[in-house]
Design a protein around this ligand. Sequence first.
Ligand SMILES: Cc1ncc(COP(=O)(O)O)c(C=O)c1O
Length: 330
Amino acid sequence: MRDYLEAEHVLAVTSGTAALHLSLLALGIGPGDEVITTSLTWPATANVIVHCGATPVFADVRRGDLNIDPERVAELIGPKTKAILPVHLYGQPADLDPLQAFGLPIVEDAAHAAESRYRGRKLGGLSAATCFSLYATKNIAAGEGGLIATNDATVAEAIDALRVMRRGHGSLYDIPVAGYKANLSDVLASIALVQLDKVERHGVIRQRQFELYDEGLAGVPGVTPVERDARDTHAYHLYAVRIDAEAFGATRDEVQQALTAENIGTSIHFLPVHRLTAYRDRLASSQPDLPITDQAGAELLSLPLSPAHSDDDIRDAIAAVRRVQQRFAA
Ligand SMILES: Cc1ncc(COP(=O)(O)O)c(C=O)c1O
């Protein structure tokens, strides 16, 4: 994994969530601190900040690729800000250079981004910690699991102390910190290594499915794929489109229902975290409105994509989107 992620240290843990949590703890994030992140993500990204006793502050995203907007981050940095937690949404790297220029520790949520490169640089050794998920749906799928990559030996040591209840000599054990039982099991680790061997082959399939969608959905009124930056290597994890209700003739939710009726399963990545019950009443006093996140949260729809799908499956999904659009427009 160290070779693949091009990082000096890679630590395997029980989940992507644990990877993020332990990384923040290793950086000393605690009560009274703020961590700037995005709301357009799986709730785990924000939950781990809360688990540290700190407060998530959500920065709005960029309109094109829906990744955290460094200009909005700049407006939110204050004395309590202790870290930035960008998400590489769908496998498109967030814009790391301007984020790094703020000089704060960065923990990357690379749950979608196992294969990604930012301007040619492999995600893994670029920040204080880069966190991957090995969950069943991810590009390297062990069923459950997570990885933390870092080039910082101090961060790696701190995470290692937190992830196992270490035993010393025989029955006489000692622990350096009150750690968690968050190490990845050997069984899941061996599955992850087999999956790693397949990642390149699966990547080719995923990329082809992206291209089929790009081509097949071009010109469908009200359907716009989320942007990808040609300077970066995308992990092709999720193919998400935005449904413009007016141009399509139906809302995202109506489109999703119509596709279900056509036997096409879709998902929503993601409902904005700041709108979820657990967060509505606990937002930071400095929390700004997030108009781009809110709009995207109402428009996003992820279409079927995986190495288990055939090209014909993808063509079926495209044909169904076209049929549904024509029906609503009629
Ligand atoms: C963006 C993002 N962050 C974090 C996670 C958490 O990973 P895990 O499910 O392995 O805990 C996920 C999982 O779906 C995710 O999509």
